[in-house]
Ligand binder design. Structure first.
Ligand SMILES: C[S@@+](CC[C@H](N)C(=O)[O-])C[C@H]1O[C@@H](n2cnc3c(N)ncnc32)[C@H](O)[C@@H]1O
Length: 335
């Protein structure tokens, strides 16, 4: 049966799944807060990594993550045809809003099991369903109603002339930021683009369910195939730390090409800091090595501000946000 939604959050197919995921959310909370506070002093100790306490903490974190994904995937995969039919129906229901080319080839760098999600963003037709429930656990209840995506959308500044008619959400995943942007700028045409076809198919279904009129495209941030100068604002929410370093300048040049003069770029992502404090360094290393985040250390160590300016944009702000992520904004001043 369809168990409906709590606000914008879908219930899992069975009550038992929601109970299991609630347990996993509590366990993650316990690991990241209570247990992490206990191992914190060890993160300052060069020998700490080999201690039983840290090794146990890593095992618990990794197992919690693996079991969360597996539970959701098993449940959805057990009725694969039903959910695929749901995605097909959403495409028919609102044609012209989802754009993809069946011949598109996903680059190998994007086909990893990022965050240990089986099949990652691209290799399982139901990845969007799995991602939605899995990230509900990851965000530990702080994004059940897309609160974080609304916060991120609130950081997007219109160009100085106030005209904002086209917005692009690059690396949109399941479109939570895309729908939040549309709700913030109802007059604008908002497009979400992602390399994961299952992600944009689910994003489209979700937007149809919510009755929010947005576009989704399957494509590459580094080569969007969209017209030059066609966007007033572009958002990249936690995209850059998930792409290989060689693509940072390529994506930034593509963003420069896509923005019209005066157009704005908003990036919300990990802070760039070569001299992270020991606990943050520990987290970064853990996430990279044990949670399949291979590209994030290079992003954190990069001179991202310098790369933005080298792409021809002028940085207007760099600073913290209410979460651990940082906000960088820039504007296209010259053609
Ligand atoms: C951490 S998720 C981003 C989260 C998303 N912005 C949100 O609001 O939840 C990173 C996303 O970037 C996408 N991605 C990675 N490399 C990409 C690329 N080269 N072009 C487009 N999307 C990409 C992934 O498929 C994934 O959905």
């Amino acid at each position: 049966m369809n168990r409906g939604h709590i606000g914008v959050l879908p219930r899992a197919p069975r009550l038992e799944d929601d109970s299991y995921l609630d347990f996993m959310e509590t366990l993650r909370n316990f690991n990241t807060r209570t247990l992490f506070a206990k191992i914190l002093p060890l993160t300052f100790d060069p020998q700490g990594e080999s201690s039983a306490a840290i090794r146990s903490w890593k095992r618990l974190m990794r197992s919690q993550q693996q079991q969360t994904w597996q539970k959701v995937l098993d449940r959805y995969a057990s009725e694969r045809g039903r959910w695929e039919a749901e995605l097909d129906a959403a495409e028919k229901n609102r044609p012209g809003r989802l754009h993809y080319d069946p011949a598109f080839q996903v680059p190998r760098y994007a086909a990893l099991d990022i965050h240990l999600q089986p099949g990652g963003y691209v290799n399982d037709t139901l990845a969007g369903y799995v991602f939605h429930h899995g990230t509900k656990v990851f965000y530990q209840g702080e994004n059940d109603q897309d609160e974080l995506h609304h916060q991120v959308a609130s950081f997007v500044a219109p160009p100085a002339d106030g005209n904002i008619t086209r917005i692009l959400d690059l690396g949109c995943s399941i479109g939570q930021g895309t729908t939040a942007l549309k709700q913030r700028f109802p007059q604008a045409e908002v497009t979400g683009l992602d390399v994961g076809l299952p992600m944009v198919r689910y994003a489209h279904k979700r937007a149809v369910d919510l009755d929010v009129d947005v576009h989704f495209r399957h494509g590459l941030a580094e080569d969007t195939q969209l017209p030059s100068g066609s966007f007033d604002a572009i958002l990249c929410y936690i995209l850059f730390h998930e792409v290989p370093e060689r693509l940072f300048p390529v994506i930034l040049r593509e963003i420069h090409r896509l923005l019209r003069p005066g157009g704005t770029l908003t990036v919300v992502d990990a802070p760039n800091n070569k001299n992270l404090p020991a606990p943050n360094r520990f987290w970064l290393k853990f996430d990279s090595a044990y949670n399949c985040e291979p590209y994030s250390p290079a992003f954190v160590a990069s001179d991202f501000r310098g790369l933005i300016e080298a792409a021809g944009l002028t940085v207007t702000h760099v600073g913290p946000t209410p979460t651990f992520l940082h906000l960088t904004t820039a504007v296209k001043t010259a053609p």
